[in-house]
Design a protein around this ligand. Structure first.
Ligand code: NAP
Length: 274
């Protein structure tokens, strides 16, 4: 359920990286339904088909552009083109990332660098170019982090390092760009169901059950409930929020979520029930 009005993003332009799949698709669709012109950028425009269809059916404009956020030069060109075509940029959602489970000792340096390149460097390239456009008008940037940036978790050293950098970037740019009227915040969602997440993050039934057992609220999140928070931070309805990392994870990052406070024993009911 959205906290925002139907016309919250009327006459605004919003760029969503990776905006055609998973969380990005949910964010793009919501921004469009609330009046935005949505600019979806990712490597493969075939991934924008569903968003384009929703835009056509529901009557919101979608601009689809091929862009690899690792390519700083291409980022500059595409952002300037969007600025010129749309007459400015009001919102940037840095959602694109790559992730998979791999023990650190088995992670190739190239694989580590590749994830850092998309999920950290790409966020900087996008923020830098869009920030230069927003400098004259103000705007909102929302980054997507993950709770393990703060807590650590086995198997995701590449993504955890990238997201920790994204959180540092969020706070740094929030502080540096506040004078331009640019607010920079992040949402840090726990495990939520997206097309790719199940294959890459909990590839077996055992892993799925183990992760569910770590979430006190006992379920994965949905793209819709995370997207609602992203849209809230992307709106002008929270004008005093900047540099915030908004956690929504069903309690995943709380320590010892299964401990029974009456006897201190670990309650494994959730792990053992199907
Ligand atoms: P997803 O469906 O796999 O989407 C990733 C998107 O990023 C795709 O649309 C992909 O499009 C785009 N992308 C990947 N590399 C790119 C590049 N080099 N340049 C431009 N676009 C690129 O992922 P998701 O599960 O919805 O996750 C979305 C965000 O939430 C990510 O930041 C992720 O780290 C974060 N997150 C996810 C979970 C979870 O449980 N799913 C939990 C915490 C945080 P192309 O292939 O077309 O490039």
């Amino acid at each position: 359920m959205s906290l925002l009005n139907d016309d919250t993003f009327k006459n605004q332009t919003a760029i969503v990286t990776g905006g055609g799949t998973g969380l990005g698709l949910a964010v793009s669709s919501r921004l469009g339904r609330m009046g935005a012109t949505v600019v979806c950028v990712s490597r493969n425009t075939g991934h924008h088909t569903e968003l384009l269809a929703r835009g056509e059916q529901e009557g919101f404009p979608v601009v689809s552009r091929a862009l690899d956020v690792r390519d700083a030069r291409a980022v500059k060109t595409v952002v300037r083109e969007i600025r010129d075509t749309c007459g400015g940029i009001d919102v940037l959602v840095n959602n694109a990332a790559g992730n998979f489970i791999r023990p650190a000792m088995m992670l190739a340096p190239r694989a580590f660098a590749s994830v850092i390149d998309i999920a950290l460097n790409g966020v900087f390239y996008m923020s830098r170019e869009v920030g230069r456009v927003m400098r004259d008008t103000g705007g909102r940037i929302v980054n997507i982090s993950a709770p393990y940036a703060a807590t650590g978790k086995p198997g995701v050293v590449h993504s955890a390092c990238a997201k920790a950098g994204v959180e540092a970037m969020t706070k740094t740019l929030a502080s540096e760009w506040a004078g331009y009227g640019i607010r920079v915040n992040a949402v840090s969602p726990g495990p939520f169901v997206s097309a790719g997440a199940a294959d890459r993050l909990w590839p077996s039934k055992e892993m799925e059950k183990a992760i569910l057992g770590q979430i006190p609220l006992g379920r994965f999140g949905t793209t819709g409930e995370v997207a609602d928070l992203v849209c809230l931070l992307a709106s002008n309805d929270v004008p005093w929020m900047t540099g915030t990392i908004l956690l929504a994870d069903g309690g995943w990052s709380l320590p010892d979520p299964m401990m029974n406070p009456e006897d201190g024993r670990i309650d494994r009911r959730r792990q053992s029930s199907d």
